[in-house]
Design a protein around this ligand. Structure first.
Ligand SMILES: Nc1ncnc2c1ncn2[C@@H]1O[C@H](COP(=O)(O)OP(=O)(O)OP(=O)(O)O)[C@@H](O)[C@H]1O
Ligand SMILES: [Mg+2]
Length: 493
């Protein structure tokens, strides 16, 4: 077996190899998952924290309204009393967590925290709008929440605006904490994904490499190379097992082919050598000074026998090579009784010489099989040839057509020594002869050809189990053909 060696892995293969691709896919999936999770988490979380802060301030302002209305007014200035106002704003400061400023209707400061470190550009505009619209005006610039609430202070019903400013810095710090935790988790996740991916691809690639090495080994050393072994119950294991199976089958076929060629050439050499020897002796017999016509006749008879054997072997080998090349056989209705009679007639002379009778069973009706007539006749010839070889003098060989299990059946039975149990399957193999040969020369090809022909016709050739009965009985079974019954010919009755 010769094959081009596989190219060594180049840069391209390394970049487009399984490992980088699988790792890239793993990383990409993890990164996309984390990115989407971040997108879905951070922005809503920030939004939610902000609106929570806003609502806390709103509800603090609302709940402090009654206290503002109860603040006493300075009877002289008509302005809220400083002490009480300070107390109420402190209350609001506590409740809202922000700084509180109070302006009057002209936006003059009535109360302001000690240190108002605000940088709200439209602080007053917002206060004005709240006073003009009589509604709360709230803005959130970054983290800076400013809420201006028009409020009545004191019993006089004078209008003021209470402004709460608060930095919602806890929003960004909370988001940062979550972000950090997320980043750590993502990093750990990615690292685990990478390690797992690396480990997984490494083991998978190792196994694939071993499989690859096995194929290289096969290319270098042929089918005798050790088959790949991978015991894992997964796809690569399946591939390795399929590969080992294929190798085993090819190995078996290759061995059978080698054995066939070796045996065939050996079998050819032996009769050729003896033919050569016979012809040499014949030449001696025909020497003008020592002419021996009787001996020459005997040698010619032997040479003819040997050449017949050779031609039989040649035709057997041709049959086998045709079978191996899967030449198609015909499929047509064949009448079995008629066929048995025709083949039986061919063996009349030989049967008479062996003092054996060939009897074609008296079938009650015609029996049609779907087969190739030539191939079926060949099978019957093979069986009859074997049977006549072992049948004792004075016995008979029976050919019987019939049906069994819905199939057409043809039996060839003799009353010879039979086939010993240990030979029963072996005799159907190529070049395998049994221990009973009746002293005949042969190549052990007949039954192998017969069985393969029968199987090609969707049939079978088997040795029937006839314990107790003497002799061997071979059965050819074939699909039945549906043919309109014709009256049997005279001879059939
Ligand atoms: N009717 C039978 N009775 C007993 N043994 C048989 C019978 N038919 C076949 N065998 C055994 O089966 C073996 C194989 O038969 P097969 O026809 O394949 O080869 P062969 O007759 O030995 O040689 P070939 O047919 O190639 O000339 C025979 O050698 C014989 O031992
Ligand atoms: Mg034979």
């Amino acid at each position: 077996v010769s094959a081009e060696p596989l190219r060594t892995p180049g840069m391209r293969r390394r970049l487009l190899g399984l490992r980088p691709r699988m790792l890239a896919a793993l990383l990409l999936t993890s990164a996309v998952t984390l990115g989407v999770a971040a997108l879905l988490l951070f922005s809503p979380l920030e939004e939610r924290l902000r609106s929570d802060g806003e609502s806390a301030v709103f509800s603090a302002i609302n709940s402090t309204r009654p206290e503002f209305e109860e603040v006493k007014l300075d009877p002289r200035s008509g302005k809220p009393e400083e002490g009480e106002l300070a107390q109420t704003t402190r209350l609001l400061r506590r409740r809202s967590g922000g700084q509180v400023t109070v302006l009057d209707e002209s936006l003059a400061t009535v109360y302001s925290p000690a240190r108002l470190d605000l940088d709200v550009p439209d602080f007053y505009t917002q206060a004005r709008r709240a006073l003009d619209t009589h509604r709360r005006v709230s803005t959130l610039l970054g983290e800076q929440l400013t809420t201006a609430q028009p409020t009545h202070i004191g019993a006089g019903g004078a209008r003021y605006v209470v402004i709460v400013t608060r930095r919602l810095e806890y929003v960004s710090s909370a988001v940062r904490v979550v972000q950090n935790a997320f980043l750590v988790a993502a990093g750990a996740g990615l690292a685990i994904a990478l390690v797992l991916g690396f480990w997984l691809t490494r083991t998978l690639l190792r196994r694939l490499e071993r499989l690859h090495d096995s194929t290289q080994e096969l290319i270098r050393n042929g089918l005798d190379a050790p088959p790949p072994a991978d015991e894992h119950r997964d796809e690569i294991g399946d591939l390795a097992r399929a590969f080992a199976n294929m190798q085993a089958r090819l190995h078996h076929q290759e061995q059978a082919r080698r054995a066939f060629v070796a045996t065939a050439s050996h079998e050819l050499r032996t009769p050729l050598a003896s033919l050569d020897g016979t012809l040499e002796l014949l030449a001696d017999d025909l020497h003008p000074e020592r002419l021996d016509v009787e001996d020459a006749r005997e040698r010619i008879r032997r040479a003819r026998e040997q050449s017949r054997r050779l031609s039989n072997l040649a035709s057997d080998l041709l049959d086998l090579s045709r079978l191996d090349a899967e030449v198609r056989l015909r499929t047509e209705p064949v009448e079995l009784v008629e066929l048995c009679r025709a083949v039986g007639a061919e063996f009349e002379r030989r049967a008479a010489d062996a003092k054996v009778a060939v009897q074609v069973g008296r079938a009650a009706e015609q029996c049609w099989a779907l087969a190739d007539p030539g191939a079926l006749a060949r099978i019957v010839r093979i069986l009859l040839d074997n049977a006549l070889g072992v049948a004792p003098e004075g016995s008979s060989v029976a050919l019987q057509a019939g049906a069994a299990d819905g199939r057409a059946q043809l039996l060839v039975c003799d009353s010879g020594p039979g086939v010993p149990p240990e030979d029963r399957e072996r005799i159907f193999e190529r070049f395998q002869r049994g221990s009973v040969t009746g002293g005949r020369a042969g190549f052990g090809l007949g039954l192998a050809i017969g069985r393969e022909l029968a199987e090609r016709m969707d049939g079978s050739l088997e040795l029937l189990d006839r314990t107790g009965d003497a002799g061997a009985c071979f059965a050819v079974r074939l699909p039945r053909a549906q043919v309109e019954e014709e009256p049997m010919t005279e001879g059939g009755r």
